[in-house]
Design a protein around this ligand. Structure first.
Ligand code: GLU
Length: 324
């Protein structure tokens, strides 16, 4: 009895290995709120190398859903920087601004099933609530059973219940009690824009994304995304959250912290710095090699298990002209 069962198990895991090999689809999903910086390069490099190591596809999605945050010219600058750094994506660039119908249809399904409800609360009204896991106020449930008399709907929230569990390939096993640690969250904002959480699960599912490799600043979003995948009957991709680049003050590099835009002229050295940040061990001198040589080394030596298992790493400066 034992032997055949054992053999079947081995065969099954072998088959799923082959299947996952064939179907690996990764993606990079920048928000066009400014130019790419060293932190974005780290995320793009990790997801690209992991996709290529699996013989997979790598997609580019411009997350221009939040139109008030979208900066004119940022998309073109992002694409130009990716090209200058030697990234190649599969298929056409997808833009969230062109996918509103898909978000509206999914929202309608959630609404008909009673899984979302209108909420009249303003930000100020919930500011004093207990905090959710990511430090934002956790919705206290004021409008959950219906709008208070005389109030009109603003945003729409999804009922957050149950557990979201996943095994992050870098950060390890994760478990979130959605009611306790997250609370009912917004899927459609007061200004009518669909929330990032809803858009991203639909985008990933529609594009067949099997593996999400992105910055650990999004780790707290993953439980929300898993809940929406479950409610909409979508597959759950595998997740790997890379450490994010912080400045000397411990703040994540971003437009707000005045991160410098990537400089194509120093692409090889900056790429080598990104590889070193990701725990790879580029040989001395590689930073002075041509870009194609840096990519050839990275492709041959990339190992996800060398990526530091932490959420952020402070770097003294992002050295886009220097090498480590
Ligand atoms: N658009 C997000 C960002 O630029 C990334 C979203 C994701 O990878 O899921 O931080």
């Amino acid at each position: 009895m034992a032997a055949p069962r054992h053999r079947n198990r081995r065969l099954l895991s072998f088959r799923s290995m082959i299947a996952s090999r064939r179907q690996y689809v990764g993606r990079f999903a920048p928000t066009p709120s400014g130019p790419l910086h060293f932190g974005s390069l780290v995320a793009a490099t990790g997801s690209w190398l992991e996709a290529r190591a699996h013989g997979g596809r790598w997609l580019l999605r411009i997350e221009d859903l939040d139109t008030p945050r979208t900066v004119a010219g940022a998309e073109a600058a992002i694409i130009a920087a990716l090209e200058a750094f030697g990234f190649e994506w599969d298929g056409p660039v997808v833009r969230q601004s062109e996918r509103t119908d898909a978000y509206a249809a999914a929202f309608e399904r959630l609404r008909r099933a009673g899984l979302v409800y209108p909420c009249a609360c303003t930000r100020r009204e919930i500011a004093d609530s207990a905090l959710a896991r990511d430090g934002s106020p956790r919705y206290p449930g004021t409008c959950r059973e219906g709008l208070p008399p005389g109030r009109s709907p603003r945003a729409w929230r999804v009922r957050a219940e149950g557990l979201a569990c996943f095994d992050d390939a870098i950060q390890g096993p994760q478990r979130e009690d959605l009611a306790e640690e997250i609370g009912d969250f917004i899927v459609r904002r007061a200004d009518g824009i669909f929330a990032y959480q809803l858009a991203v699960v639909l985008d990933d599912a529609d594009a067949g994304v099997s593996h999400v490799v992105r910055g650990a600043d999004l780790l707290e979003s993953t439980g929300r995304q898993i809940l929406l995948q479950r409610l909409l009957g979508l597959p759950q991709p595998a997740y790997a959250h890379l450490p994010v680049v912080a400045n000397a003050a411990g703040e994540k590099l971003s437009k707000q912290t005045l991160a410098r835009p990537l400089a194509p002229a120093s692409a090889p050295a900056t790429l080598v710095a990104a590889l070193a940040f990701l725990g790879q061990r580029p040989p001395p001198g590689l930073a002075r090699a041509p870009l194609a040589e840096v990519w050839a080394w990275a492709g041959a030596h990339w190992r996800l298990d060398q990526v530091p298992r932490c959420r952020s790493i402070a770097v003294a400066s992002t050295h886009d002209e220097e090498c480590p």
